[in-house]
Design a binder for this molecule. Structure first.
Ligand SMILES: Cc1ncc(COP(=O)(O)O)c(C=O)c1O
Length: 389
């Protein structure tokens, strides 16, 4: 089965990991800070904190701003469940802001209207988490302006978007947010196997994230009243976690990061070819907004004829060995979130998007021949799935 996404691994990656295996440190050695510095440089942020998963990064970001019971976090319903779960881990409430159907991203107009209503009802969010769906940045400048007006913090879920750009600057520079969160799962633009990171320009926040990554334990003299006479001594000063990235993973990440531009370039070329070869078919193709250069983590088309045709096309392609996917089942429709009171119809644009969405294979090593084969099979599947006379 040709997967919708997969890693690209070179001999240089293998050598980098093997070198760590032969070194003194498998975890918490010199590779993690090197990876963090390289990532911060690449994103144009002052700090980067590497952790074990994107989900851990989202959780730490919420802890970093002190999100807790009585607080609300608003995110997109068109995302992976982790974008909402991170607030639930902190005991906060979650709500969603419906999407702009053209981009699959949180709609700024809907956000503005929801904020006006929430202000009147005294139920403003403590934080908003825009999700850069498929690798394309949300309208961050507008969201940041609303953040200042309504007093909420902004955490970007940029798990899809490492290597993407917004207004001629890299995603993750945190010019319009408190933090940006990345995932290095194998389908993403670079991988560490499992892994994640948070970028920020706030020194105190970066320090707090590092503390929480390692059980809330410190050996830092500054924090220990100016001295630490005993070599063994440490203090747990907060309730943290073991969210460390290993040095094996950091070495892979550092090696992969050297090829981020090449990976994203290959993704952009593939996306361009999909645009050209799919034009004229009964599909809505993904659009890049003029403010953005997408990292093209996903190429999501919409089968506008509807859910039944989408199902037929999905099954036709899967039957032919093409591992198409669907991104995303709206988070509010998951049984866990329905138990919290959400219902079908609450976020109609995300639900419509879900009914029509189909993710086509897109990853750097996908060949032109494979891609043309996918397009031919998709054409056939669409013909077969047309409305019945
Ligand atoms: C939008 C989004 N947020 C968060 C995550 C969680 O990342 P991880 O799998 O590294 O925990 C993912 C991963 O698939 C994601 O796509």
């Amino acid at each position: 089965m040709l997967s919708y996404g997969r890693q690209s691994i070179t001999e240089a990656d293998v050598d980098a990991v093997v070198a760590v295996l032969r070194s003194d440190f498998l975890t918490q050695g010199p590779m993690t800070p090197q990876f963090e510095q390289a990532l911060a440089r690449c994103c144009g942020s002052r700090y980067a904190v590497a952790v074990s998963h994107g989900t851990a990064a989202l959780h730490l970001a919420c802890r970093g701003i002190g999100l807790g019971p009585g607080d609300r976090l608003w995110t997109s319903p068109n995302t992976f469940v982790a974008s909402a779960n991170c607030a639930r881990y902190c005991g906060a409430e979650v709500d969603f802001v419906d999407i702009d159907p053209d981009t699959g991203n949180m709609s700024v107009d809907t956000l503005r209207e929801k904020l006006e209503a929430a202000e009147a009802a005294g139920r403003l969010p403590a934080a908003v988490m825009p999700v850069h769906f498929a690798g394309q940045s949300c309208a961050m400048a507008e969201i940041a302006t609303l953040g200042r007006r309504y007093g909420f913090r902004v955490i970007e879920d940029a798990c899809h978007a490492l290597g993407g750009r917004y207004r001629d600057a890299p995603v993750g520079d945190c010019r319009h947010s408190d933090m940006a969160v990345f995932s290095f799962h194998p389908v993403k633009t670079i991988t560490t196997g499992e892994g994640g990171a948070i970028t920020t320009n706030d020194e105190a926040l970066a320090e707090r994230l590092r503390l929480l990554r390692g059980h809330g334990i410190t050996r830092d003299r500054k924090r220990l009243g100016g001295s630490n006479p005993d070599g063994w001594y440490y203090e747990q000063v907060d309730l943290g976690y073991n969210y460390r990235l290993t040095d094996l993973q950091a070495a892979l990440g550092l090696s992969q990061l050297q090829r981020l531009d090449a990976h994203v370039g290959a993704r952009r070329d593939l996306a361009r070819r999909y645009h050209e070869t799919l034009a004229g078919l009964p599909l809505a193709l993904p659009r890049e907004s003029p403010d953005c250069a997408s990292a093209w983590h996903l190429y999501v088309v919409r089968v506008e004829a509807g859910a039944e045709q989408r199902r037929a096309v999905f099954e036709g392609l899967r039957g032919a060995g093409i591992g198409v996917q669907v991104h995303y089942i709206p988070v509010h429709l998951q049984p866990y979130y329905r138990r919290l009171g959400f219902r079908p119809g609450d976020f109609p644009q995300a639900e419509r998007h879900y009914a029509q969405a189909l993710t086509l294979p897109l990853f750097p090593d996908l060949t032109e021949t494979e891609q043309r084969g996918i397009v031919a099979l998709l054409r056939e599947a669409l013909d077969g799935a047309g409305p019945r006379e």
